[in-house]
Structure formats: C-alpha cells, structure tokens
Design a binder for this molecule. Sequence first.
Ligand SMILES: N[C@@H](CCC(=O)N[C@@H](CS)C(=O)NCC(=O)O)C(=O)O
Length: 285
Amino acid sequence: MSDTSNYTPPAVWSWNQDDKGGFASINRPISGPTHDKELPVGKHPLQLYSLGTPNGVKVTILLEELLALGHAGAEYDAWFINIMKGEQFSSGFVAANPNSKIPALVDRSGPSPQRVFESGAILMYLAEKFGAFLPAEPAARTATLSWLFWQMGSAPYLGGGFGHFYAYAPIKIEYAINRFAMEAKRQLDVLDKHLADNEYMAGSTYTIADMAIWPWYGALVKGTVYKAKEFLATDGYTHVNRWTDQLAERVAVQRGNRVNTSSSFRQHPVHERHDASDLDRTDEG
Ligand SMILES: N[C@@H](CCC(=O)N[C@@H](CS)C(=O)NCC(=O)O)C(=O)O
C-alpha cells in the first residue's frame, strides 16, 4: 500500500483555515450562524429549505408522491439553499435546523410553525401527518422504519466515507478508499440480497424507506453520484438495479428528483418549486 503521509497528529487538534480540501470553504469546527438573514416564506403550508442532493430529494419525492395521491395539504415551497455559499449558516436556517444541513422543513399549517430537521425525521413526520407511505400494520411499519434508519446510519459511510475519499478528497489515499469501497460494496450486497426476495424495501409495499434509499444507492449503481459504477462493479447488483429502474419510472420520483437542482446535476433542473407548474415545464435544462 502506498504511504501517503508522514503526518503525526499533534497533542491538540487545531483548525487550519488555509486547508484547501473539498468543502474546506464551508467546513468549520463550530456550529451556529455566521450571518443574520431570515428565511423566505412562500404561500404554502409546508416550507422546505433544501438542495437537490440525495438527502434533499428524498423529501421532495415524498411530497410529490403525497400530491399525486391527492393530499392538497402537501403543497410546498422548496427554496434553494446554496450550501457551497454557506447559506446553511444564516440565522434563519440555523433557527430551522441547528445542525446547519439541508433539508429543513417548517410546517406552518398549525397555530405555530413546527420545524423538522434530519431527512429521516422529515419523512416520518410527513408520512404520519398524511397517513401515507408508512404502513400502520406493526410488522410492515417496523420493517419500514428499520430500513429508513438503516439508510440514515449507512449513507454517511457511503457519502462521507467512500464518496469523499474516492471523488472529492484533494489526494487519493489508498487506505481510506479501500476501507470505504469495502463498506460501500457490503452495503450494496445487503440491499441486493434483500431486494432479491422483496419488491420494495419493506416487502410488497412502496414506503418512505424506498424514498430514502433510492436517491443514494440508486444513484450509486447508475454512476450518477461519485462516478463509481465501474470501480464498484455496480452492474453486478442486479436486484438493486431492478428496484432502481422500477422507482425511476414513477412520475413523482422523477418530479421530486428535479427539485432544487441545477443543470450540472439534472437534465431538467428546477431551481425552486413554488407551484406544481414549476415541474410541468421541462425547458429549464
Ligand atoms: N443526516 C442529515 C444529513 C444532511 C446533510 O448531510 N446535508 C448536507 C447536504 S447532502 C449539507 O447540508 N451539508 C452542508 C454542510 O455540511 O455544511 C440528514 O439526513 O438530513
């Protein structure tokens, strides 16, 4: 294995603000706002502050699925939060999510605004609010939540581990890439074995677990995140590919997957969504 570093950690870590690594411009060792700015508020009950990353689109996919089912209360404004410009550190965003990460939801349908942060919590909140995509029957509900929390716990190893060291880190560190490629393939194998025997993650019913997992692992097997299709030999995960294609055919998945995106990432990006007609147009990309 190549030796990439002579680095010996000092006794006490300190913040090197000259660091030019990926995301160095936004990474900080402290939390809280960097500037005063309120969040905009649109006309709908649900205000989503997000970006079309896998964590962001899982929520817009659910909202589009709820609207497709006829839940008018799921109408939403989706505001674009440019995390590379540090907009997640505005005072308004921090009030919605003290963790300064997209997505953040504010539900203004009740007597006082309700903030919800963490994408898994947002999916659960909306599924419970509208009584959809989270089965009531105990076994199916438990299966849905198990896979939802599996995604929340697993994706940081895929994104922050494999994706970071394979695609974004300024140097290629063989040890780190090996460690996280191993874990990414292990996770794909978990999904592949499960989807060999199950149409959807929770069995025969399409749920928020599918909506949480598809933007990450569907994009991984198709090579749209990290461009690692060949490196991880993702064509071999035939059941994950079958399920990925099946979900991609759903109109609500296609619509939700375009919200808060730019032309670098989607064929028909929708910068902000304030009305269903914003998604009916396909002329923006
Ligand atoms: N566990 C969080 C993760 C959210 C997350 O990592 N969001 C990223 C974009 S995908 C972000 O906002 N990063 C900005 C930052 O780290 O400053 C969730 O699922 O909501």
